[in-house]
Design a protein around this ligand. Structure first.
Ligand SMILES: Cc1cc2nc3c(=O)[nH]c(=O)nc-3n(C[C@H](O)[C@H](O)[C@H](O)COP(=O)(O)OP(=O)(O)OC[C@H]3O[C@@H](n4cnc5c(N)ncnc54)[C@H](O)[C@@H]3O)c2cc1C
Length: 391
């Protein structure tokens, strides 16, 4: 199997790599200093705006958006390099629009919704988020209980969502709710679009998460939506939602490959100059084995991510592979960043190096879009039914 990139794919990867090196990584000290002084670990509006302007000027907006909305309509393989490069920094940044909701909207919007929601979103002019998780269950979304009832004039939705990223500022929310409790995830869960400011969509709580993130708990208090708010087919919201989750999972895996590469590079640079007990750390077998194991696993991860992306581009089912790469990527990045921090000794424990920020960022990724244990369960289920792809 040929894993080499086309010239265009390599050029895009280089372009993003240079953008991250020249524009994003230089912002790390500001972001880390803010965190160390008790402020939020994020870009200021000015820093974010300047990055957006540069990205737009370089043609890095709308990379996966349809051409009719001035997007580049790039395939999954091309995007692997983009996400890997973005993963090399402790600064949380992405090129609008955020990919997973874009793919869900492209699959589900009717003509009116395409114009109203997909177009501004695809152009990077509108923001969105997704509300799936509930206090009663997140890793098992089929257990959701938020209920949507059609009442002749539209929909009335009651329930509670939690851990929703970006809910306070999103222009619209993709909301998952039960429309037929007797059918569950097989025909009983639907997707809806909720516009900002809709009465009954109440932010109950802002929840500070580790790594400077915020999520929100949302009370759905008899929220009324028009009939046109239904996204996709009635009862069939779970499939497009899973497609969306798979897109995020491969993106996370590619980002984690980038994070692993950065952590390894930081560690290699350090151990080649730090002497303890009369010898360089790079001459110690324990350190060499950390590096050897991480390089080997990173090589395997990257091949798996590219293979999974190629399958997606061929239109083949790749859900199990997306579970595999999400699990492997987040666990590998976590372990490698931890080893890099260890090799730096006390310096690795400071808020001056980007490593602790990367650790926090990777830590939450071992939970969202499905905890590692849930992905192991899904992979094992397939293996026990002899349904592991490619075997
Ligand atoms: C930073 C962050 C951002 C998020 N953003 C969003 C968002 O935008 N929208 C949204 O809807 N949700 C979001 N979430 C929620 C996230 O998807 C869920 O937290 C996640 O799916 C886990 O659900 P849970 O927290 O209910 O854990 P549970 O499902 O209760 O699981 C708890 C733990 O139990 C273990 N476990 C669970 N099932 C099994 C099993 N079958 N076998 C073995 N062990 C198991 C795992 O260790 C797991 O971590 C976000 C979460 C975080 C941390």
């Amino acid at each position: 199997m040929d894993f080499s990139l086309t010239q265009e794919q390599q050029m895009l990867r280089d372009l993003v790599g240079n953008f991250v090196r020249d524009n994003v990584i230089p912002l790390e000290p500001n972001v880390l200093a803010r965190e160390a002084s008790g402020q939020r670990k994020s870009l200021t509006a000015e820093e974010h705006g300047a990055l957006d302007d540069k990205a737009k000027a370089l043609g890095l907006y709308g990379l996966e958006s349809p051409e009719e909305f001035d997007g580049a309509n790039l395939d999954a393989v091309s995007m692997v390099g983009v996400f890997e490069e973005l993963g090399k920094t402790a600064v949380d940044y992405f090129f609008p629009p955020d990919s997973p909701n874009l793919h869900m909207l492209m699959q589900t919007c009717n003509d009116e919704q395409r114009q109203k929601y997909l177009e501004p979103y695809a152009r990077g002019e509108a923001t969105s988020c997704i509300a799936i998780s509930e206090p009663g269950g997140g890793g098992d979304p089929a257990a959701m209980t938020s209920r949507a009832i059609e009442d002749g004039n539209g929909w009335k939705i009651t329930g509670r969502k939690i851990w929703v990223s970006g809910a306070a500022n999103a222009d619209f929310v993709i909301l998952m709710a039960v429309t037929d409790p007797s059918k569950g995830s097989r025909g009983g869960i639907s997707a809806f679009i909720v516009e900002k400011g809709t009465p009954g969509f109440n932010i109950a709580r802002e929840i500070p998460m580790i790594g400077g993130r915020k999520t929100y708990e949302i009370a759905l208090d008899d929220m009324k939506l028009p009939g046109g708010a239904l996204l996709g087919e009635l009862g069939n919201g779970f499939g497009p939602m899973q497609l969306r989750l798979s897109r995020r999972r491969i993106e996370m895996a590619a980002r984690c490959a980038g994070t692993t590469r950065r952590a390894l590079d930081e560690m290699k640079g350090w151990v080649k100059q730090r002497k303890t007990f009369g010898a360089l750390l790079s001459d110690r077998q324990s350190i060499q084995w950390w590096i050897a194991d991480a390089e080997m696993q990173l090589h395997a991860l990257r091949l798996m991510v590219y293979n999974t992306a190629a399958k997606i581009d061929r239109g083949e089912q790749a859900r199990t592979e997306c579970s595999m790469v999400k699990l492997m990527g987040t666990e590998l990045a976590w372990d490698t960043v931890d080893k890099a921090m260890q090799s730096f000794g006390a310096m690795g424990m400071t808020q001056e190096l980007p490593l602790q920020a990367m650790a926090n960022h990777v830590r939450v990724q071992r939970i969202y879009e499905g905890p590692s244990e849930v992905h192991r369960m899904l992979i094992a289920r397939h293996a026990l039914q002899d349904r592991i792809p490619g075997l």
